[in-house]
Design a protein around this ligand. Structure first.
Ligand code: HEM
Length: 616
């Protein structure tokens, strides 16, 4: 067999083993009842998967080197050379990270018997998928960030989908009567994974096909069609499972037919993974050609300079960031589904909370997919606007949506010791770590302090030059903004909130700090991230330093609007709390014939008597 074909086989073994590891761990972490007999079987699936992952990845890396080098693994010094190049060549270094992550996972899988340990053992998987997403055709693709993000979502989604379904099939015998509830949980996860695979698959295909006709005229396109057909088959079967068999899974006979159908499902996904391996080694119709004279902006950002910003351009320029787009889409869908669940069972949920949440999500879509993120890469002032809206506007709107309160009301509690979304959410919200960061004073300090730390440290350039760094910045500042807003005006559980006067003080102290930061930028004569903004080669707009000083004005100016929003929020909450307290006292007075007033009057009378006694 030619070495190139062996490379594809090794890649398929690696990807399927990684999927098995994910499947086994996810079952323990979020599906199976704690301590159930099936947990041992799931751990075995994860363990064997992780070993296959290491061996497959190792073989894939060596064979890739052999095919690049045109030498054979038996050659003397082959291992030495391969190891040497694995330290220096990006592609082999990435594969080395995937193998190392597999090694770590195989150690963790040996001890992963409880939901929490199994959940943490998934971290090496995320690391490996992150590196895998940067290899293959994504590496040289135009729109590199989209190519890599789409592959991350795609490989991760495929591993979760195929992994969970295959692992359920492998643990079916010890499951017995628990099959119904655990299968319901597993198929919910699989449904989200399938959605991720479809969205990211289409996006990946979109960047690599020159025209829809390529789907039928090119090998690459035809393999994609095959994958789509296999996936449609698997998804179709899954729908039949859920609607026809799942409700009757307690019946042994139905269970038998169900597992047989599941086997077909798994087979379709295994074939799709096989096709994916072939696809990865097939040249896409859009050739990966290095640009003749790439512009400075292209060398830095991976994109040509956008047109000079106008008011229209800020809302008319769009660039898909698929990971955030998918996450925000899910955030809107899940929130609305929870509200509908509450309303269906007759519980109330204020409409303005839903409106506020969806408005917050919409603002985040604009920040991450449109003007702010596009211009934020080439203009300091735009980055500051992106940052200010990200940390001060979107989180305030999300906070008024009270997502944690809604989740805890809508999500069912598990009774079999397993951990579901509700249990994980409570674990996060009630963790010592979160309780510390949610403390109002700590939230205020991190809200103001991180701004300085971020802009005056290498973190800023890291977030500009590295897509994972950019995504970290988006998540970090949204969470910091939410914790601060929730401490001041939120109803979500977590922090011990101070009295309203102190909240106002905290708010204005933090804003004074923001204003100070803004002014320091307006006066600045030293360029931040000079190797970025200084070398952007913009042929429009102010020079980099003037633009940075303008960024200072934005930090100061834009910072004020949300302050007013928050201050209004605090005053409203204060008035509502006061009114509520008054109503409570009135009800109390009615119940105990105003005992409090009478006690107060009695105390006054006694004081008067004492004073009059003293004076006489
Ligand atoms: C709508 C259906 C799908 C489309 C359009 C699609 C498209 C793609 C594209 C364009 C790639 C990039 C290949 C390259 O490097 O050039 C890819 C990779 C991949 N796909 Fe899919 N895919 C689909 C469904 C699936 C399914 C159902 C699975 C498995 C459950 C899957 C698993 C994978 C894997 C594992 C890779 C990475 C292969 C590698 O780099 O080794 N895909 N897919």
């Amino acid at each position: 067999m030619p070495v190139e074909a062996l490379v594809t086989v090794a890649a398929i073994v690696r990807d399927m083993s990684l999927a098995a590891t994910v499947g086994g761990l996810v079952l323990i972490a979020a599906v199976l009842p704690r301590g159930h007999a099936a947990v041992g079987r799931a751990a075995l699936v994860a363990r064997v998967g992780s070993i296959g992952w290491v061996l497959g990845s190792l073989a894939h890396s060596m064979l890739t080197y052999a095919s690049i080098r045109g030498s054979v693994p038996e050659a003397s010094r082959f291992l030495e050379e391969w190891w040497g190049f694995s330290q220096t060549v990006d592609l082999l270094a990435a594969y080395q990270q995937v193998t190392l992550a597999g090694l770590v996972a195989s150690v963790l899988c040996a001890v992963a018997r409880t939901p929490a340990v199994a959940a943490w053992s998934l971290l090496p998987v995320v690391w490996a998928v992150g590196w895998l997403a940067q290899t293959g055709h994504a590496a040289g693709a135009a729109d590199h960030h989209l190519a890599v993000s789409a592959m991350f979502l795609h490989i991760g989604g495929a591993a979760l989908w195929a992994g969970v379904i295959a692992a359920m099939l492998l643990v079916r015998s010890p499951l017995g009567g628990e099959a119904k509830e655990t299968m319901r949980r597993a198929s919910r996860l699989a449904a989200w994974a399938a959605a991720a695979v479809i969205v990211s698959g289409v996006a990946s295909g979109w960047i690599r096909l020159a025209a829809p006709a390529d789907l039928v005229t090119s090998d690459y396109g035809r393999i994609i069609l095959l994958k789509a057909a296999l996936m449609a088959g698997a998804a179709g079967l899954a729908v039949v499972h859920r609607s026809r068999f799942l409700p009757r899974l307690t019946e042994a006979q139905v269970r038998e037919r169900f597992w047989r159908l599941m086997a077909v499902d798994v087979a379709a996904l295994v074939f799709a993974m096989g096709a994916a391996g072939v696809l990865a080694s097939t040249a896409p119709p859009v050739p990966i050609v290095p640009l003749g004279e790439p512009s400075p902006a292209y060398l830095l950002t991976g994109y040509e300079l956008p047109p000079e910003p106008t008011a229209l351009a800020w809302v008319a320029q769009w660039r898909l960031e698929i990971l955030t787009a998918f996450t925000l889409g899910a955030a809107a869908i899940v929130y609305v589904r929870w509200v509908l669940r509450l309303l269906r069972r007759g519980d109330a949920w204020a409409w303005h909370r839903t409106a506020s949440w969806l408005a917050g999500v919409a603002v985040l879509v604009w920040i991450t997919q449109s003007g702010p993120s596009i211009y934020g890469m080439v203009l300091f002032s735009a980055h500051m606007l992106e940052h200010m809206v990200l940390v001060m506007v979107a989180p305030v709107l999300l906070t008024f949506g009270a997502p944690v309160t809604l989740a805890l009301r809508a999500l069912p509690a598990r009774r079999d010791g397993s951990k579901g979304p509700r249990e994980y959410l409570r674990a996060v919200v009630e963790s010592r770590w979160m309780r510390f960061w949610a403390q109002p004073v700590v939230a205020a300090v991190s809200f103001a302090g991180f701004l300085i730390v971020f802009y005056y440290s290498p973190l800023f350039e890291f977030a500009l030059s590295n897509h994972a760094g950019h995504l970290w910045m988006l998540v970090h500042f949204t969470v910091v903004g939410y914790l601060f807003a929730n401490a001041l005006v939120g109803i979500d559980p977590g922090p011990a909130r101070p009295g309203y006067p102190l909240r106002i003080v905290l708010l204005f102290a933090t804003m004074a700090f923001h204003a100070f930061f803004g002014v320091s930028l307006m006066m600045s004569t030293v360029l931040l991230a000079p190797r970025w903004f200084g070398l952007m080669g913009r042929d429009w707009g102010p020079d980099a330093l003037a633009d940075q000083q303008y960024g200072g004005q934005i930090a100061w100016g834009i910072g004020e609007l949300p302050v007013v929003l928050l201050a209004i929020g605090i005053v409203f909450a204060w008035r509502r709390a006061d009114a509520k307290e008054t109503r409570r006292r009135d009800r109390q007075a009615e119940r105990d014939d105003d005992a409090e007033l009478r006690a107060y009057n009695a105390m006054l009378a006694q004081t008067a008597r004492r004073d009059s006694g003293a004076s006489s």
